[in-house]
Design a protein around this ligand. Sequence first.
Ligand SMILES: C[S@@+](CC[C@H](N)C(=O)[O-])C[C@H]1O[C@@H](n2cnc3c(N)ncnc32)[C@H](O)[C@@H]1O
Length: 481
Amino acid sequence: MEDLQSALKERNLTISTIAEKGRCLFATGDFYPGEVIISQEPYVCVPNNSGFDSRCDGCFLSSNLKKCSGCQVVWYCGSECQKSDWNLHRLECKILSRLDKDKRKSVTPSIRLMIKLYLRRKLQSEKVIPSTATDNYSLVEALVAHISDIDEKQLVLYAQMANLVKLILQWPEIKIKELAENFSKFACNAHTICDGELRPLGTGLYPVISIINHSCLPNSVLVFEGRSAVVRAVQHIAKGTEVMISYIETAGSTMTRQKALKEQYLFTCTCPRCIKVGQYDDIRESAILEGYRCKDEKCDGFLLRTSDDKGFECQQCGLLRDKEEIKKFATELKLLEDRALRPSPIANHQETISMYKMIERLQRKLFHPFSIALMQTREKVLKLLMELEDWRDALVYCKLTIPVYERVYLGFHPLLGLQYYSCGKLEWFLGETGEAIKWLSKAVDVLRITHGTNTPFMKDLLMNLEEARVEASYKRSSKDE
Ligand SMILES: C[S@@+](CC[C@H](N)C(=O)[O-])C[C@H]1O[C@@H](n2cnc3c(N)ncnc32)[C@H](O)[C@@H]1O
């Protein structure tokens, strides 16, 4: 702990403990928006490999992959990644090779993460891999597990997974109880590794980053550069302030966010957004994000349940919506959503798009214009249209999501920046250079803070903006001539 504190001191950080939160990371100097507060390599990590989508264990990229000829489980993109992983994979390879085909299938990413955790601990204790103040197993031991708070069903699942790991490792000395506790630690401490566009690639354990607590209105953001976790300030963090990131999707009512935090992280959030629960502003925001729309299509008031519980009343114009009418819409919507989710071998892309467009139309009649469910459907339609390269229609849906994004992803939020980026790219594909510049500039304003400017992803964005500007000036000069 002392070693860790002195390593953190050099970065203007310190760990303190607060009764209701446990360990917290505090700034001992000022940090400004865009500044890196801390970065860390994973203690252990695994890509989310599935039958359809495999990634290199070293760099998480998905091109030029070859399976390890020994275990036939792990993929590498080339000798560089394979060599850098060899100390650990050498042991893992032996263990995986012993398994029959069926057992190998049971080695899910979480099981592999646990196997790698124990192998890394072994290699560090044997000094094959060096340990440092920010890279050692005692940091894993210090992570919260909440084992006494989790329910019976979850405990049984962890015990089953622990048994499997024990069976695979064949180390008589490890205890099922310790393994189960470590699975519980993964649940509230491991991070999903994402690419620049926040698409999930894998899972990693970053024990120092895991000291950072949650806020629904965070002053920092966690992004990944390859496998490295990087925490950047998105606000001015004054000396003496706690550094906080968001663990969850923050678009949602206080109740939705609190439920997600309680279920996975087993605490009740008291951040500045959550503390307003039950106050008028919070009730209004929940009704807007997750409630119904006014019967009058021109009115954007929000609805609250009437005192006799027979329906919902618009708080702006007073119009009532009958409970039965809402129920009818909701049932119709549920049927459509179930149909859309049911895998159909004959449904083509166009049919799927039509289905989601129908859902969107129905949701528009039912939900408030700022509804998150409506935004998510539009997002789905947008993705499908982009796959079809229908840029014009995709742009329409992308733009429809922007007001909701701006409402729910406050300040410098990577998802807002990425949505601006999508609008910019679509305008660019459609030859609307001026509009493309507008959106790409907005994207840069947000993403340079959340992602920095040095990653390949950001370099691409900055290059796209530069190209758009050059094209605009070329168009202007040819018009003048
Ligand atoms: C990734 S750990 C964060 C570090 C943790 N405080 C520790 O002592 O190791 C996540 C756990 O920290 C606690 N935590 C995180 N944010 C919190 C918050 N805003 N309020 C209360 N507890 C919080 C919860 O127990 C949660 O399960």
